[in-house]
Design a protein around this ligand. Sequence first.
Ligand SMILES: Nc1ncnc2c1ncn2[C@@H]1O[C@H](COP(=O)(O)OP(=O)(O)OP(=O)(O)O)[C@@H](O)[C@H]1O
Ligand SMILES: CC(C)(CO)[C@@H](O)C(=O)[O-]
Ligand code: BAL
Length: 282
Amino acid sequence: MDVIGSIHEMQSLSDSLRQKGKRIAFVPTMGFLHDGHLSLMREAKKHADILVTSIFVNPAQFGPNEDLDAYPRAMESDLAKSREVGVDVVFTPTNDQIYPEGYETYVQLETLPNHLCGLSRPVFFKGITTVVTKLFNIIKPHVAVFGEKDFQQLAIIRRMVKDLNMDIEIIGGALVREADGLAMSSRNAYLSEEERTEGLRLSQSLAKARAMVAGGETDTSAIRAMAEAHLTGCPAISVDYISLCDPETLDETATITGPTLMALAVMLGKTRLIDNTVLVPQ
Ligand SMILES: Nc1ncnc2c1ncn2[C@@H]1O[C@H](COP(=O)(O)OP(=O)(O)OP(=O)(O)O)[C@@H](O)[C@H]1O
Ligand SMILES: CC(C)(CO)[C@@H](O)C(=O)[O-]
Ligand code: BAL
């Protein structure tokens, strides 16, 4: 497995792989790898000859009061896990290489960021679409895999690739959970033991919603009220959003008539947690 820190070296390697007719798959990450990331890598390997991943904690997607400095990092164990899963190349650029002095070009969508996480994280998706565009230009993948845990991110990347005619296939990887249902996330490392237990309220709310829909419920306000009550049953939880929306436009839905995204975001103490499921009417 190669570990490459230089943009120039990465671009040259991608060019030569492409010239040899190799198909390149790409999985971008911010490191502190868990089984969610590894499942995306296993999926990506099915679609290409060479698997490239990146580990880069992107400052442009963190707001001034967010957790950029605290974000967990574990480069050595990340490299060991990557090697084990069969990654061919890990790209690990520095902040100065990605955003050198004088940097001023950003990629931004008009509408999709004005929903869900984008409402409370104003620079989040502008930072993501910018860095993902740069990573695509450096790694030149044929296919890239993003997790369905970050459902809005996946929808935004799909839209961006279509709108900007990027010749890259985007694949969604299923959300991976701990055995008790908690969605895997690097930020789970912030949780105390007690918070870790209370964090189950997200996946429990989604399970209750699925049961309501299976029982014939179609009114999203009833489902939202159930989730609000279940989440705020824990005083340490403050709800950012409980959204029942169209999975493509992310516009809120009053009545469930087709597949509907139910997405949750909460602060549990100082930790931001998200989770989602797609509700399908009977
Ligand atoms: N539980 C999961 N199941 C599937 N994919 C996941 C999961 N967690 C993260 N991913 C995906 O891994 C990729 C890299 O995500 P990232 O490095 O931000 O990890 P993360 O665990 O989501 O971190 P955090 O939640 O703290 O931001 C993204 O495409 C993300 O959707
Ligand atoms: C796609 C990504 C690596 C861009 O920094 C990040 O948002 C993530 O880890 O989901
Ligand atoms: N998983 C998306 C990156 C973030 O929350 O900052």
